[in-house]
Ligand binder design. Structure first.
Ligand code: ADP
Ligand code: MG
Length: 680
């Protein structure tokens, strides 16, 4: 009798070699196999009459082989096997490419079930490389629902069925249920064992739906419990008390009057830092909503209470930019700002590190390097992290565990609906900047096709002639994609078309120092046009740049395009944004049009979610949460909402889940396992 924690190599049909290959799918034990859910199902229970095949799709057909299969060599390396099958309603062609064996098992005059995609119409209608099996003897159910598992080289569907078969045998129908009975009843969820069997070996598609719903609820519930516990645990920690929260001098030092939203966020922070508990707050706001001064306010609070503050930016150039804009404000308050960057000379660095260690440096601005071991703070009281997606849950935890328990503020420019934010950042308090500072002229936005190419090139030239600068953004070209131009190629072509303009190129494979140099030179107007992959997405401010052109814009998410657009419209000049891709079909045009119509990041995020489907919305693992096997935070929002409410309710009575040991262990396991790969 196999046990769940046994290696898969002992499963029937699997040996050490296959087991090694299965590791690529993160399957080591039978338990791992159990948690590798099918990505799809083929419903072979539904048999279609040949006459009823009316469009190109996958079908299951029951037919008699009408002609002996014939083999033809089409060219070297390409063999084609053809035959026909018929039922009482019509005839269908069957072809196999380079698969003599599949066809060799078919006997003329015998009846089989065929499952595969049908291509073509009328007499040319052909089922291509179908799976086939003899029709079962009368009495047996015909066909079945076949799970389709994720695969890797050397691992077949058959192998996946073998490992899951052994795993299900190990469970033997007895899979303890971590969900409280009460919730199962309330939400009408099938129990854990049944769900597990149905997910891997469903009898009907309805089984699949019910099993999935239950599994999704369970996963989301575990996630919410874990996040809620993280939050509660931190609430119990003792925080630094910033007794002096008088920010009137700070407000007076600002070159503008803050928006209502900024004031609100700053007030929320001030309440956090006098609460006696460590602050863990997210400030979320669209590009240009003015997150920097909210962070500055926290730095000031720290300094005027005798603590140091660390302000982390994702890149050196951004750090330099923050330092430049914050210095005049802090100077008025008599607070010192120190910039720590990797490009300093050794002597400069030594001096700066000494100032940080002595406490003379009150506000320190720099990159991630700021929180590394070598940097010793005298008394770190607050940490600001710009662009939260680069700063996941574990990093925040590591930071808090540094012993200082500093107040933490993270800033994110990905606008997502509030309900979603509450969940995704379940362990944080959230402030939202939903107001734009006054006096912005909206960016004029156009969605165009290739027929506009020359006009746009002339338009770029004209804007430069008027004193502006332009960004041209190209999608990342994957290996083997020949229909797209790389940023490098684009730069060459653009330089040819506009020989009198200075074109620079920036891409992800460059070293950070080089990227920073080019970005700096662009901001110093040494170039007119910057062609890049999306490395410029992160908030660099070049107020003189007033034109953004995005190539193959249909390849990007709407929210991402909106972020890109946020790079322009920062100066006094009228700014423009041009998206190529409006000629790539109706859907692409509609999506791009959304951006022409609105500049509200939240509205765009909602449209993005609706149009693109949620799987892609956040990009893979951008959110820093544990990896989910089956649930999709955005798609399953309604269930997520319930899961969150129930988790809160349960934990309010039993914060350590003492009465639910199984649930407690599963939550712990989810958060432990996510350690290496889920957090970025
Ligand atoms: P974000 O980081 O949210 O994208 P920033 O903090 O960089 O936005 O602010 C964008 C620009 O708006 C900066 O030039 C900043 O000085 C300016 N700004 C911020 N708040 C205000 C305000 N209340 N009134 C006018 N300008 C503001
Ligand atoms: Mg910013």
């Amino acid at each position: 009798m196999p046990a769940l924690d046994d290696s898969v190599q002992f499963a029937k049909g699997i040996g050490p070699k296959k087991a090694k290959l299965l590791e690529k799918l993160h399957i080591r034990t039978l338990r791992d196999a159990l948690e590798t859910y099918p990505r799809d199902y083929e419903d072979r229970t539904k048999i279609t009459l040949i006459a009823d095949i009316d469009e190109e799709d996958k079908y299951c057909v029951r037919g008699i082989v009408g002609t002996a299969p014939t083999l033809r060599r089409i060219r070297k390396g390409l063999d084609l096997t053809k035959t026909t099958v018929f039922d009482e309603t019509g005839t269908l062609n069957i072809t196999y490419f380079n698969n003599k064996y599949a066809a060799a098992t078919l006997r003329e005059g015998q009846e089989y079930l065929f499952y595969g995609s049908v291509q073509g119409y009328g007499r040319g209608r052909t089922m291509v490389s179908p799976q086939s099996e003899p029709v079962p003897k009368t009495g047996e159910p015909i066909g079945r629902i076949v799970p389709v598992y994720p695969l890797t080289a050397g691992v077949s569907q058959r192998n996946m069925e073998q490992v899951t078969e052994s795993a299900l045998a190990a469970v033997a129908g007895d899979w303890p249920d971590p969900l409280p009975e009460l919730l199962r009843v309330k939400y009408n969820l099938v129990d854990a064992s049944d769900a597990l069997i149905s997910i891997h070996r469903p009898q009907t598609m309805r089984d699949v739906a019910e099993a999935r719903r239950r599994m999704i609820f369970e996963e989301l519930f575990l996630l919410c419990c874990g996040l809620q516990q993280l939050k509660e645990r931190r609430r119990a920690d003792e925080g630094l008390l910033f007794a002096n929260t008088d920010l009137s001098a700070f407000f007076a030092a600002l070159p503008f009057s803050p928006t209502g939203a900024q004031r609100r966020a700053i007030t929320e922070q001030a309440a956090d830092v006098v609460s006696g508990r460590p602050m863990n707050r997210l400030v979320q706001g669209d590009v240009g909503s003015g997150k920097t001064i909210v962070a500055a306010a926290l730095c000031v609070l720290a300094a005027q209470n005798g603590y140091q503050a660390a302000f982390m930016a994702p890149t050196e150039i951004l750090a330099a930019q923050h330092a430049k804009s914050l210095t005049p404000i802090l100077e008025k308050l008599g607070i010192t700002l120190t910039l720590l960057t990797g490009s300093m000379t050794a002597a400069q660095k030594r001096k700066t590190l000494a100032r940080i260690e002595s406490g003379a440096a009150q506000v320190v601005v720099g990159t991630h390097a700021l929180i590394q071991q070598s940097v010793q703070f005298a008394n770190l009281g607050a940490v600001v992290a710009d662009e939260q997606h680069r700063f996941g849950v574990t990093q925040r935890a590591a930071l808090a565990a540094k012993g200082h328990a500093p107040h933490i503020l993270v800033m994110s420019a990905t606008p997502i609906p509030r309900t979603l934010a509450l969940i995704m950042y379940g362990d944080l308090d959230v402030s939202i900047l939903d107001e734009v500072p006054p006096g912005r002229t909206p960016v004029e936005t156009y969605a165009v096709g290739q027929n506009m190419r020359q006009r746009i090139t002339r338009f770029i030239d004209k804007q430069i002639a008027l004193g502006g600068q332009a960004y041209v953004v190209c999608p990342l070209v994957e290996e083997g994609e020949t229909n797209l131009k790389s940023a490098e190629q684009h730069a060459i072509d653009l330089q040819k078309a506009l020989p009198h303009r200075r074109v620079a190129v920036l891409h992800g494979r460059m070293k950070n120092a080089e990227k920073d140099r080019i970005m700096r030179e662009f901001s110093e107007k040494q170039y007119d046009i910057l062609v890049s992959t999306t490395v410029i997405e992160v908030g660099v401010d070049v107020p003189n740049a007033n034109l953004m052109v995005v190539e193959d814009a249909e390849r990007f998410g709407l929210s991402q395009l909106h972020q890109l657009r946020g790079r322009v419209g920062r100066g006094t000049r009228q700014s423009f944004c041009v998206f190529f891709g409006a000629d790539k079909g109706e859907t692409a045009r509609e999506r791009l049009k959304t951006l022409c119509k609105t500049s509200d990041g939240f509205e765009i995020a909602r449209a993005d979610l609706a149009q693109r489907g949620p799987g892609d919305f956040f990009g893979r693992r951008q959110h820093g949460l544990p990896a989910l096997h089956i649930a999709d935070i955005a798609a399953d929002l309604a269930l997520m909402q319930s899961a969150r409410e129930e988790a809160e309710e349960l934990l309010s009575h039993d914060p350590t889940l003492e009465t639910y040991p199984l649930l407690r262990d599963r939550v712990r396991r989810m958060f432990e396992n996510s350690g290496d790969e889920a957090f970025n």
